[in-house]
Design a protein around this ligand. Structure first.
Ligand SMILES: [Zn+2]
Length: 376
């Protein structure tokens, strides 16, 4: 177990675990979903409202923050927690994924990646050492190693070359990390959809030694069945006493299936991004508030949801706000979606503690499939 970032497994149910991670900015009960706060803000939400949804840890994006307002500026102003008024824990990504998806004129070699900003075209270099330095300046509770984001689909040979480079970068990232209590660094398992490569990658990272282990390079178009296969192939190679983080996942049913397979931490833009496009997640599946059928519906979005939006507003009102393009639509639907995700994780933690996660997963799938066209 990591001394700097203690993690305890409190209960197990099959491969699933109910755990507790201690950071310098609070205790994280796992399994846990981390809302994405890309540019030092969870879009459309004040930090106190994010906390009220039940979130205890959020994700910040190194790529966006290094460009604007810069990690040095945030450090001068007391670090990311203080800068954005978020007292809870923060995990930062390494910047690699966004460089690959957003930046222009990227060039990758053994040293790292050079690119031009998507904002103003200026030149930057991101090496494993620089990524760790930026995350240190931000004050991240959980720092991620810089890895190469392997494209999908990819041949086994290309995947292997990319994964092996990521493992060398993981070692350099680990060496550049400054240990301090309540802060830790996670390695990232790569290897595409190839179980042998995933195993090899996991073993390489365990040899280096990290406070936690992430599974990267999934939810990139491979499909849920393949994703679950890769998780099943990877998890047994990871230390039982360290937290496991599935990066960039996912939809509610992805979370349920991955928790059943032993994942502890998740992040994804889906609940927040969907909230800005009138999509809401409920116990009876996904609802599009723009749909005309909600126009005169006085009922709450999800009558079983405990969030303020479901207690205080009708579907008809949310429909009106979404159709009118009002800012409040994004605010209220983001608030509900994050509350829904937090409640889903809390329900799964409780189910694991009572060893009935599989029963919960069956009921969950049944109700999602029902849809909400039936009388509520
Ligand atoms: Zn709600």
């Amino acid at each position: 177990m990591s001394a700097a970032l203690p993690f305890a497994v409190l209960a197990e149910d099959g491969a699933a675990r109910r755990g507790r991670l201690e950071t310098a900015h609070g205790i994280i009960e796992t399994p846990c979903f981390m809302p994405v706060g890309t540019a030092a803000t969870v879009k459309a939400m004040r930090p106190e409202d994010v906390a009220a949804t039940g979130a205890t840890i959020i994700l910040g994006n190194t790529y966006h923050l290094m460009l604007r307002p810069t990690a040095e500026r945030i450090a001068e102003l007391g670090g990311l927690h203080k800068f954005m008024n978020w007292p809870g824990a923060i995990l930062t990504d390494s910047g690699g994924f966004q460089v690959m998806s957003l930046a222009k004129l990227r060039h990758i070699d053994e040293r790292g990646v050079t690119f031009r900003s998507h904002l103003d075209g200026s030149h930057y270099s991101l090496t494993p050492e620089r990524s760790i330095e930026i995350q240190h300046l931000l004050g991240a509770n959980i720092t991620m190693v810089l890895d190469e984001c392997t494209p999908f689909p990819v041949t086994p040979d290309e995947s292997l070359v990319s994964m092996e480079r990521s493992m060398r970068w993981a070692e350099r990232s680990r060496a550049a990390f400054t240990e301090r209590p309540g802060h830790g660094i996670f390695g990232i398992v790569q290897g595409g959809v190839f179980p042998v490569q995933r195993l090899h990658s996991a073993e390489s990272l365990v040899d280096i030694g990290f406070d936690g282990y992430a599974i990267g390079g999934l939810a990139v178009g491979e499909g849920q069945e393949t994703m679950f296969m890769v998780i099943d192939a990877t998890v047994p190679a990871l230390p039982a006493g360290a937290p496991r983080y599935l990066m960039g996942v996912g939809k509610p049913d992805d979370l349920v299936g991955a928790v059943q397979r032993g994942i502890d931490l998740f992040d994804c833009v889906i609940p927040t991004r969907s909230g800005r496009t009138a999509q809401a997640f409920t116990r009876r599946g996904t609802v599009n508030l723009r749909n005309a059928r909600h126009g005169a519906d006085p009922r709450p979005l999800d009558p079983e949801c405990g969030c303020p939006v479901c207690r205080q507003y009708s579907r008809a009102y949310l429909h009106h706000l979404a159709r009118a393009g009002e800012i409040l639509a994004a605010m209220l639907l983001t608030q509900h979606n994050l509350s829904y995700y937090a409640e889903l994780m809390a329900t799964m933690r409780d189910a694991i503690a009572h060893r009935r996660l599989d029963d919960f997963a069956d009921t969950f799938a049944e109700r999602q499939a029902q849809g909400d066209l039936l009388p509520l």
